[in-house]
Write a protein that binds this ligand. Structure first.
Ligand code: SAH
Length: 231
């Protein structure tokens, strides 16, 4: 079975969305990876297929029920037993390129998308669900975060991005941000392409790119630069 993303969501219709475009989209069409959605509403209770209820202890909003979410998670685990179950959540550890690479080497991912105030804590504990965040901001649902995580993983799968080399030098792969890119025209609005890139001297070009990557990382991301120089 190819690498499989299984998404547990109240809004299955929003998938594949942008994942159907470009490289991930052709990979999906060619069967290089699979996308499955499981509608949480299908596990809802009663005539209204209810999935949420008021928060214990009071307060605003609604919370997704442990029993409903657990039934959906168990169904997903039955489909791809080896895929880790991940809850997209602002409380999770921030997604990194390294994590995406590790996940891309496994069987796939089973992604739980929250809505409302979030999910009853007990199901996260009982099913040992890892939490991953997209960053320190709050989205209104986990679907966009799930798409971002899937995209980051899928482009690392064999056969998705044409030349493996084009992944090699990307931002974060070497612990640095990427060097700047240029293409035609040679001069645009009075701005020329740096001469060295037109020199044909591949060793010099490689060194220039490396220097630029270091300079940009130092200026923009002292945290990454620190890790790079110490690590
Ligand atoms: N009350 C929560 C926010 C709920 S937002 C809190 O303050 O932490 C509703 C859903 O959006 C969450 O259950 C989660 O699945 C998703 N979400 C919101 N922000 C996110 C982020 N930064 N990364 C990943 N998922 C996020």
């Amino acid at each position: 079975m190819p690498w499989t993303a299984t998404i547990l969501t109240l809004f299955p219709d929003v998938f594949p969305g942008p994942l159907a475009a470009s490289l991930s989209g052709s990979g999906l069409a060619e069967g290089l990876w699979r996308l499955d959605t499981i509608g949480l509403r299908d596990f809802g209770l009663g005539r209204h297929r209810s999935v949420d209820d008021t928060p214990a202890g009071g307060g605003p909003g609604m919370v997704m029920r442990a029993d409903v979410v657990a039934a959906a998670v168990d169904a997903a685990r039955g489909r791809v037993p080896d895929a880790p179950v991940i809850y997209l959540s602002p409380r999770g550890r921030a997604l990194t390129q390294e994590r995406a690479r590790t996940l891309s080497k496994g069987a796939g991912v089973t992604l739980l998308c929250g809505r409302f105030e979030g999910i009853d804590e007990r199901v996260l504990q009982a099913r040992e669900i890892e939490e991953i965040s997209l960053g320190d901001f709050v989205l209104s649902g986990g679907e966009i975060a799930a798409m971002a995580l899937i995209d980051a993983c899928v482009r690392l799968l064999p056969g998705i991005v044409g030349a493996d080399a084009s992944l090699d030098w990307e931002s974060f792969e070497k612990g640095l941000l990427e060097y700047p890119h240029y293409t035609r025209p040679r001069e645009w609005e009075g701005r020329a392409i740096p001469g060295i890139l037109l020199s044909g001297d591949h060793a010099k070009i490689a060194k220039w790119r490396r220097d630029q990557a270091e300079k940009i990382t130092r200026q923009r991301r002292p945290d990454l630069w620190d890790r790079f120089t110490k690590g």
